[in-house]
Design a protein around this ligand. Structure first.
Ligand code: PMV
Length: 347
């Protein structure tokens, strides 16, 4: 019995303009557009291999060597959409094997510790959808495929592209225009660098989906953010990327991280992702920029206390040197394996 296979990788992406809030929970439709930077393929990524055969009796998934359930609503939604697209391919060419009717075996591995407090679901769902789309030889563009990854995990749609990526929120109720598009490839801005400071490897307190629901339902500041702040910032951030204007990119990135964490605190009950070490990192970056007389580094934090620092290559020694020197011994830092986790250079 023939077994057909395909493999792919998808890296983690880090939002510089945050997605926070769903207007439709089951379709993962956001309340605002967002922008992110996808790390390079060599850094933090998921490698996924898929196989299909008429002899397989059930869909199966192994995640980092452990069998996992494939019954979550989100995964089921992704597999259903991918099989529907494959059915269309088979209808156009009836000589093709009927993959759409066969079961799938999926093996997925992260090259970074899952407990590192880094969002692994984006890379995971992106790699899953991309690998099956490859196996099924789907002719759809990556933006089309991104709508399927979006149903797995909102931010996963952005990991289908490398470099600088926008997720356009769209306005349709069925999500048909809520998709990822490339702003620029990573090579567009070769001097841009990122480092990840793992402040805590603990699992986050409030998962993003429930956190978003609380914010949407209770925060007044959130209404201001999505109506008056993000739409302009979305346009400006794309411009700063295309113009390679680091100072402005950095300012928008830091302001947006602060705005996101402010709406979390304005939620009721409040959601707090940053810890004391995160606040020290924020202060340090502002002090560093003030001392340099120009903006040479930017911080951003997702739904957890770990920092991602963006800087230009020419400033690497001063930015990373200072972080090492000042944070080598603080509490909260010691919990993680220093060699592996303290400072992950992302690209
Ligand atoms: O895609 P989710 O449900 O993991 O949510 C991601 C939310 C943030 O990481 C905080 C922001 C973002 O745009 O990635």
């Amino acid at each position: 019995m023939s077994v057909y296979t395909a493999s792919t990788t998808a890296p983690v992406n880090i939002a510089t303009l945050k997605y926070w809030g769903k207007r439709d929970k089951s379709l993962n439709l956001p309340t605002n557009s967002s922008i992110s930077v996808t790390l390079s393929q060599d850094d933090l990524r998921t490698l996924t291999s898929v196989a299909t055969s008429s002899s397989f009796t059930e869909d199966q998934l192994w995640l980092n060597g452990t069998p996992e359930s494939l019954t979550s609503e989100r995964t089921v939604a992704c597999l259903k959409d991918l099989r529907a697209l494959r059915t269309a391919v088979e209808a156009r060419d009836t000589s093709l094997p009927k993959f759409s009717e066969w079961k799938l075996h999926i093996v997925s591995e992260n090259n970074f510790p899952t407990a590192a407090g880094l969002a692994s679901s984006a890379a995971g769902f992106s790699a899953l959808v991309k690998a099956i789309a490859k196996l099924y030889e789907l002719p759809e563009s990556m933006s089309e495929i991104s709508k399927i990854a979006r149903k797995g995990s909102g931010s996963a749609c952005r990991s289908l592209f490398g470099g600088y990526v926008a997720w356009e929120m769209g306005s349709e109720v069925d999500g048909s225009d809520s998709k990822a598009v490339e702003v620029a490839p990573l090579e567009h801005w070769p001097s841009m660098k990122a480092a990840i400071l793992v402040v805590s490897a603990d699992k986050k307190d409030t998962p993003s989906t429930s956190g978003m629901q609380t914010t949407v339902a209770t925060s007044d500041l959130f209404q201001h953010r999505i109506k008056n702040v993000v739409p302009t910032r979305f346009i400006e951030m794309k411009e700063t990327i295309l113009n390679k204007d680091f100072a402005k990119f950095a300012e928008l990135t830091m302001k947006d991280s602060n705005s996101f964490h402010a709406v979390c605190l304005d939620s009721y009950p409040p959601i707090k992702y940053l810890n004391d070490t995160s606040m020290k990192v924020i202060k340090l970056i502002h002090t560093l920029n003030a001392a340099a007389g120009e903006t040479i580094a930017a911080y951003t934090f997702d739904a957890g206390p770990n920092a991602v620092i963006y800087y230009l290559e020419e400033n690497e020694a001063v930015v990373l040197g200072l972080l090492h020197e000042l944070f080598g011994g603080v509490a909260g830092w010691e919990k993680v394996d220093k060699e592996q986790l303290t400072l992950l250079k992302a690209f």
